[in-house]
Design a binder for this molecule. Structure first.
Ligand code: GDP
Ligand code: CA
Length: 316
């Protein structure tokens, strides 16, 4: 069985750990189509936070305490860059993580696309999944505020999403095309899962690449989403600030309705909400999306594997 997962960074990585836990023993093939909207050039290197978060988590080399970067890394190089006034002083890069960015930049300079560079980087570890960026083009998310626009990273990391957002721009998306392998993976999938990633700045920029939405609509495989919202809260992070900005209420049902039913031109055939949100099932079903309530807290790969199993049952 071929399983395709649309994914952002840290939340998507937790989900993929569960997908691998559930699917690898059965020999299923896992492909993640990953958001590039957080990517940027910084201090001369290309940074791809969501791809790297997934790579490090699946490789088991991520820093679980900080929640980002590599375990056991120092920040000596970042300190030197700060002394030179290079880059953003509030954006710290660990030294091991910088090694990845240097390697990626080297591959890009050699003429590989981001997908080719990702293939080289991920080949180092037995990840148990293939990672493909949504596009090889530079598509970056910018946040519109009353005082102008800023890169998503600046809004999120420096300002902790505290500046009210009026909207989001996926810059470069219109001229972009899906990375090699994305459309084939979607077309040949047996199940397509939408990770409980940020709907606005992780899944949104993937769907904004022309061709991907259409491919999902035409796919033979069912599309099943998992709610990133539990009991009206975002679980971890600040995704509520993003949802509010685009006028979507922070609830499991509202996110499903935002994605829409595939039978009505939207994304989803089925949607999982947390057991505590069972009262929202009827609203989702009324929109033409099959809905099920199961535990959605991703506390360990084993627990998440049960959630993935439920998603695959909902897919049938
Ligand atoms: P990012 O790119 O690193 O921000 O990560 P993602 O976009 O992939 O995922 C972030 C989202 O994961 C958050 O907005 C949360 O709503 C969601 N999330 C985090 N932990 C959990 C969990 O245990 N269960 C569920 N259902 N969602 C979660
Ligand atoms: Ca991200």
């Amino acid at each position: 069985m071929k399983i395709v997962v649309l994914s952002g960074g840290v939340g998507g990585a937790r989900f993929l750990l569960g997908v691998r836990e559930h699917a690898s023993p059965a020999g299923h093939e896992i492909t993640a189509v990953v958001n590039v909207g957080d990517d940027m050039w910084h201090a001369g290197v290309r940074i791809a936070p969501d791809l790297d978060s997934i790579t490090y988590a699946l490789a088991g080399v991520n820093d679980t305490e900080r929640g980002w970067g590599r375990a056991g890394e120092s920040e000596r190089v970042s300190g030197e860059l700060r002394a030179y006034g290079v880059g953003w002083p509030w954006f710290t890069l660990g030294d091991l993580d910088l090694g990845t960015h240097l390697a990626r930049t080297h591959y890009l300079r050699e003429g590989l696309g981001l997908s080719g560079a990702t293939e080289r980087i991920t080949a180092r570890w037995p990840l148990g999944a293939t990672l493909i960026p949504s596009t090889d083009s530079e598509v970056e998310t910018h946040v519109v505020t009353a005082d102008g626009t800023l890169h998503f990273q600046e809004w999120w990391t420096r300002h902790r999403a505290a500046i009210p957002a009026l909207g989001f721009e996926y810059r470069g998306a219109e001229e972009a095309s899906p990375a090699p392998g994305v459309l084939d993976a979607i077309a040949s999938a047996d199940a397509i899962l939408v990770a409980p990633s940020n709907p606005v700045v992780s899944i949104g920029p993937i769907l904004a690449i022309p061709g991907i939405r259409e491919a999902l609509r035409d796919a033979a495989a069912p599309v099943v989403g998992v709610s990133p919202i539990i009991a009206g809260a975002v679980v971890r992070g600040m995704a509520d600030a993003c949802l509010t900005a685009i006028g979507v209420e922070t609830s499991a049902a509202a996110v499903a309705l935002h994605y829409g039913s595939r039978s009505a031109g939207g994304l989803l055939d089925a949607w999982l909400v947390d057991s505590s949100d069972a009262a929202e099932l009827a609203r989702v079903e009324a929109a033409g999306i099959r809905a099920r309530a199961v535990p959605l807290w991703m506390t360990s790969p084993e627990v998440t594997a049960d959630m993935v199993a439920a998603a695959l049952v909902a897919a049938r």
